[in-house]
Design a protein around this ligand. Structure first.
Ligand SMILES: NC(=O)c1ccc[n+]([C@@H]2O[C@H](COP(=O)([O-])OP(=O)(O)OC[C@H]3O[C@@H](n4cnc5c(N)ncnc54)[C@H](O)[C@@H]3O)[C@@H](O)[C@H]2O)c1
Length: 381
């Protein structure tokens, strides 16, 4: 496997879709993956046609994912796909991911992993039973300076963590009436396709994941206040207080109705000796302050950074890298995991289960009028 490209299939990401094209660019950027088959749309004819326009062989451009998996199983093992990218709306992740895992195919799944904790656990169990890994598309975890922050926390540079602030603010759902052709908004506000949460499932899980991923601390309890615009079935705004397993306190805000905001994700992490701050809109910079000394700006691409950070930077300092490169880092690390059996930092199925626990407990807390709620049964003990 080491000497050849890995073969990838894709489900979702058809004409006009957002994230599927990013996955295709990111996978190509690794130089280690070839897209060889797909089922790209809910419309069978459009799905086949789209595969052909991407340059896939007609016999590997499928009307739906079942046809794709059946066709793969009929191929000689040396021609089958090694991984399947699942880039459909949330409600179909579980069914598609489990079907692929049962056929022995590794899965690169979009977040949120599923629509319930139970579904997420089904995927985890299918992954374990078939000994095939699941990577989770927590894009922001793969930015070089986020990995640098994580490594510095792990080395104890800012000391024991005391306070964690994460904020993910967008404005694209601010208009009370969205244009009918805005299909990304339509499914995100439909519980049948999105699951039980809008804003938390779409962006809040990224923020919650970063809080745990960078600090190594686990959220044990939360208190949530979820808001929704009149006429919408799901939340589009959220404010949460968090408690972590070491007693640290946190605040998480996520909003899609903050008019005029773009994709403003940031964290501030305060330890006993110092703090770290990062903002997605300036991803190559990480702010570090030790004690009451001046804030230092650490910049991507420098040889003084952690070796893991350097391994996910392609360019020298001052040459910005961003969203697509970060996605490519996820794919590259998944290739490493598929070839070697291990990964140093890739978000996986357990992060997906945590994400669903976060969403479900936030909904429970908010529906109870804003009560402190454990993230899972063990945390309640
Ligand atoms: N990691 C990130 O930063 C990030 C960003 C955006 C979206 N997402 C996630 O990606 C997923 C897709 O979001 P999007 O914005 O690209 O949606 P989208 O509506 O733009 O695209 C979804 C595509 O999937 C196709 N599709 C739906 N069901 C299908 C099925 N059963 N079989 C085959 N194709 C099917 C649709 O026809 C469409 O082409 C969601 O889970 C979302 O949460 C993640």
């Amino acid at each position: 496997m080491r000497s050849r490209k890995l073969r990838m299939g894709m489900v979702g990401g058809g004409p006009g879709a957002f994230i599927g094209q990013i996955h295709r660019m990111a996978a190509a950027l690794t130089g280690e993956i070839s897209l060889v088959c797909g089922a790209f749309s809910t419309d069978p004819a459009a799905s086949r046609e789209f595969g052909i326009t991407l340059g896939l062989a007609p016999e590997r451009s499928h009307p739906d994912y079942r046809a794709l998996l059946a066709a793969e199983a009929a191929l000689p093992p040396q021609e089958r796909i090694d991984l399947l990218a699942v880039v459909t709306p949330n409600a179909s992740h579980c069914e598609i991911a489990c079907a692929a895992l049962e056929r022995g195919i590794a899965v690169f799944c979009e977040k949120p992993l599923a629509t319930t904790v139970e579904e997420a656990r089904q995927i985890a169990e299918a992954s374990r039973r078939n000994a095939r890994p699941v990577a989770l598309a927590h894009t922001y975890a793969a930015y070089p300076m986020v990995i640098e922050a994580r490594q510095r926390v792990r080395r104890g540079e800012i000391g024991a963590i005391r306070k964690i602030m994460v904020d993910y603010t967008q404005g694209w759902l601010a208009p009370a009436r969205l244009p009918a052709e805005q299909k990304q908004a339509a499914w995100r506000m439909d519980p049948q396709r999105s699951g039980p949460s809008g804003c938390l499932g779409d962006i809040g899980v990224h923020a919650a994941h970063l809080a745990e991923y960078v600090t190594g601390r686990r959220i044990t309890r939360l208190l949530a206040d979820l808001g929704r615009t009149a006429g919408r079935a799901l939340d589009d705004d959220a404010a949460l207080l968090l408690r972590f397993d070491n007693g640290a306190r946190g605040v998480l805000t996520a909003s899609q109705i903050s008019i005029g905001e773009e994709n403003d994700l940031s964290f501030r992490i305060y330890g006993e000796h110092g703090h770290l701050r990062w903002r997605q809109q300036r991803p190559d910079s990480l702010m570090l302050a030790i004690g009451d000394g001046p804030v230092q700006v650490l910049r991507a691409g420098h040889s003084t950074l952690d070796s893991l950070t350097q391994a996910v930077s392609r360019l020298p300092p001052g040459h910005p890298e961003g969203y697509i490169e970060s996605f490519a880092n996820l794919y590259k690390e998944f290739c490493t995991q598929l070839r070697s059996g291990s990964t140093a930092w890739l978000p996986d199925v357990s992060d997906g289960v945590r994400g669903m626990q976060f969403i479900e407990s936030a909904i429970r807390s908010s529906e109870a009028g804003g009560c402190w709620t454990p993230l899972n049964a063990e945390d309640a003990a």
